[in-house]
Write a protein that binds this ligand. Structure first.
Ligand code: N01
Length: 541
C-alpha cells in the first residue's frame, strides 16, 4: 500500500528524542509531525534492552526531562539509579501525559530518507510501503541502537537458545539450571552477569578486554530525599547544566599527579564509595588528559579488583592495562567482581585465544569446547553512525550519507551535515553526547533544531543547511580536542574502533556540555552562523 502524507517534520524514533520532539514541534510550535519507530511502543533503548539487570548509570533525578516543571513534580523515582522497567514506565507516563502516541507510527521501520531538490522536501519511505513527505527530518535514531553484527562462524549450528542483551525477549528468558555463556564485558554484560549468576547452573564469561568497572552504589531514594530534590529541582538542573557531564558533581581538584599519594588515596576512596561517575568527574580534572594522572586512578581500580577477587590469576585477567581509565565508557557495577568468586562462574580469556567458532553444543576457544545450553551476546553497537547510515539517507545530488561519511562522520555541531538540508541529528556523531547526560543533551538538541526550523519558517525560507566551511571547522575542532585527550588510546566505540572496518575517528565533542551549549547559543545569536538559510529563489544568510 502506498500512502502519501505531508507533514512539516518527520521524527525518527520514539525514545527520549521522539517523545520530546513530538511535544515540542506539535504542541509548542504548532507544526504537523509524524514519528516512526520499529518498536511496538515508546521507549527507544529502554523498550528493547530489557535484559536482567538493565539499569541506568546516571542518577534518576538527572536521567529525566526538565522541560516540564509539572512533570518533574509529579514523577517519583524509587531508586538512586533507575532500573529499566521504571525508566520505561516513566517514558510511558510522559507519552500519556503529552498524548504523543497519536503522532507516532509503531512497528514501522524507516527504509529510506531521500531529499527531493525540486520539491524541496524529504521523501521518507517505510517498510509498510508508504512514503511520507516532510519539509524537515529530525532523527532520534539512537547512538547505541544498531547492534554489532555477530562475528563467529557456526552460530546457525548451535542447538541451544541464543539471546542478545539489546533484544531481550519481553516475556523474559528462563535461564534457571542452564549452562549459560555470555560474550562481552561492556556495560551490558557487566550489569547482566551478577544478576543471572545465582540462577544459572554454570556461567561462562567470554572476556576479550577487561574494563575498569566501578561501583554504582544504587539504593532506594527516601521520601525526604526525593521531596528535597523536587523542592530544589530548578537549582539542581541549573547546576547540572554547568557540569561537564550534565549532572551534579563536586568541584574536582586540578591534578591527580600533582597531589600526594595520601590525598589521592583519600579522594579515590571517597568517590569509589560514593559511586557512579563521581570517581571520574568529582575527583581530578586532568584524568582524561594526562596519562600519569590517569594511571593513578587506573592503578587504584586495579588494586580494588585485586582485593575483591579471590583468585589472583582471575583478578589479573579482570584488570585492564591496555587503555586509560574512562577512555572506554566506564561500566558501573554491583557485585560484578565478587561474581567471579562463585564456584559456578568461569572467566575465559578470548584475547589470548579468540573465539574460534560456535559449535552445535557451545563455543570453541583455543581448541577447548565450552559446553552451553544458552549463548547471550552483549557485544555492543555500531555506535553513533550505525543507525543513521542504516536508514538510507540520501541528500542533495544523490549523495548518500554513507558515501559522505566513508572516512568517518562529518557534521556541523553534530547536528547537521552539508548536503543534507533540513535534516537534524539529535545527539548525532561529533556532538557533546555520550559523556553528556543523554536526556539533557537531547533536550538541548531538540530545542536547537526546533528553534532552527521555526526560524526558517518564520522567515519564509525553505532550507537550512550547514556550510562546507562550518562543517570542516567543526570536524577539525572535534579532532583537535580528541588529540589533546587520552581517548584515542582506547579501541572504543567512542572512536568507532569496536566495529571491524569502521573508520577510526572521534565520535564525540570532548569540550564538555557547558562549552558545547555556549557554542550552540553563539550560533543562534549570530543568526545561525555556519548555516545557509535559503529560499528556492534567493540565498539569504
Ligand atoms: O557494549 P560495549 P555494551 N569477541 O561495546 C565485546 C550504553 N549502555 O552494550 O572491548 C569477543 O561496551 C567487547 O570486547 P572489546 C553505554 O553507553 C549503558 O556493553 O571490544 N568479545 C566488549 O567487552 C555503553 O557504553 C548502560 O574487546 C567481543 C563487549 O563485547 C554502551 O551502551 C547499560 C567481540 C561490548 O561492550 C555499550 O555497552 C548498557 C568479539 N568478537 C549499555 N566483539 C547503562 O546505562 C565485541 N566483544 C548502565
Amino acid at each position: 500500500m502506498t500512502r502519501d502524507t505531508d507533514v512539516d517534520v518527520v521524527i525518527v524514533g520514539a525514545g527520549y528524542v521522539g517523545i520530546y520532539a513530538v511535544h515540542r514541534l506539535r504542541d509548542q510550535l504548532g507544526l504537523s509531525v509524524l514519528a516512526f519507530d520499529s518498536a511496538g511502543d515508546v521507549g527507544g533503548t529502554w523498550y528493547w534492552n530489557q535484559y536482567p539487570g538493565a539499569r541506568c548509570d546516571i542518577e534518576s533525578v538527572h536521567y529525566s526531562y526538565s522541560f516540564s516543571e509539572e512533570l518533574q513534580r509529579e514523577w517519583r523515582w524509587s531508586e538512586r539509579y533507575a532500573a529499566q522497567p521504571e525508566i520505561l514506565a516513566y517514558l510511558n507516563h510522559v507519552a500519556d501525559r503529552f498524548d504523543v502516541r497519536r503522532s507516532m507510527r509503531f512497528r514501522t521501520r524507516i527504509t529510506s530518507i531521500v531529499w527531493d531538490d525540486d520539491a524541496v522536501h524529504w521523501r521518507v519511505g517505510t517498510d509498510d510501503g508508504a512514503v511520507t513527505t516532510a519539509r524537515f527530518v529530525m532523527s532520534g535514531a539512537g547512538n547505541v541502537s544498531l547492534p554489532k553484527k555477530p562475528e563467529f562462524p557456526g552460530m546457525e549450528d548451535f542447538r541451544g537458545e541464543v539471546y542478545a542483551t539489546h533484544r531481550w525477549p519481553h516475556e523474559g528468558a528462563d535461564l534457571r539450571g542452564k549452562r549459560v555463556g555470555v560474550i562481552g564485558t561492556g556495560a551490558s554484560g557487566i550489569q547482566l552477569i551478577p544478576v543471572i549468576a545465582g540462577e544459572v547452573e554454570h556461567l561462562t564469561v567470554f572476556q576479550r578486554t577487561p574494563n575498569y568497572a566501578s561501583p554504582l552504589r544504587n539504593r532506594p531514594l527516601t521520601d525526604d530525599e526525593y521531596d528535597e530534590v523536587v523542592a530544589n529541582y530548578r537549582d539542581i538542573r541549573t547546576a547540572a547544566r554547568q557540569n561537564f557531564m550534565g549532572i551534579t558533581a563536586d568541584p574536582a581538584r586540578p591534578s591527580a599527579k600533582g597531589a600526594s599519594e595520601e590525598e589521592r588515596r583519600e579522594v579515590y576512596d571517597h568517590y569509589y564509595q560514593r559511586g557512579g561517575f563521581h570517581l571520574l568527574i568529582s575527583s581530578y580534572q586532568d584524568l582524561l588528559f594526562d596519562p600519569e594522572s590517569n594511571e593513578t586512578l587506573a592503578q587504584y581500580v586495579r588494586d580494588r579488583i585485586a582485593e575483591r577477587v579471590e583468585d589472583p590469576a582471575v583478578a589479573e585477567l579482570l584488570s585492564p592495562t591496555d587503555h586509560p581509565y574512562g577512555t572506554k565508557r566506564v561500566p558501573m557495577e554491583t557485585n560484578y567482581y565478587e561474581t567471579f568468586n562463585r564456584d559456578n562462574v568461569t572467566l575465559v580469556d578470548v584475547r589470548s585465544a579468540p573465539i574460534e567458532r560456535v559449535t552445535e553444543t557451545g563455543i570453541r576457544v583455543g581448541g577447548t569446547d565450552h559446553e552451553l545450553d544458552v549463548i547471550v551476546s552483549a557485544m555492543g553497537f555500531d555506535a553513533f553512525t550505525g543507525a543513521l547510515l542504516d536508514m538510507g539517507v540520501v541528500g542533495r545530488g544523490g549523495l548518500s550519507l554513507r558515501e559522505k561519511w566513508a572516512d568517518g562522520p562529518r557534521t556541523y555541531l553534530g547536528i547537521a551535515a552539508q548536503g543534507f538540508p533540513n535534516f537534524f541529528m539529535i545527539t548525532g556523531p561529533q556532538s557533546a553526547v555520550a559523556l553528556y547526560n543523554n536526556p539533557s543533551a537531547i533536550e538541548d538538541h531538540v530545542e536547537f533544531a526546533s528553534d532552527a526550523i521555526k526560524h526558517t519558517l518564520d522567515h519564509g525560507l525553505d532550507t537550512i543547511e550547514a556550510t562546507s566551511d562550518a562543517e570542516s571547522g567543526w570536524v577539525r575542532t572535534v579532532e583537535e580536542m580528541a588529540q589533546t585527550s587520552l581517548f584515542p588510546r582506547a579501541r572504543s566505540w567512542y572512536m568507532g574502533a569496536n566495529i571491524p572496518g569502521k573508520p577510526i575517528s572521534p565520535m564525540l565533542y570532548l569540550g564538555g556540555a557547558p562549552a558545547y551549549r555556549q557554542i550552540c547559543a553563539d550560533v543562534v545569536e549570530g543568526g545561525y552562523h555556519g548555516f545557509d538559510l535559503s529560499s528556492t529563489s534567493a540565498l539569504v544568510g
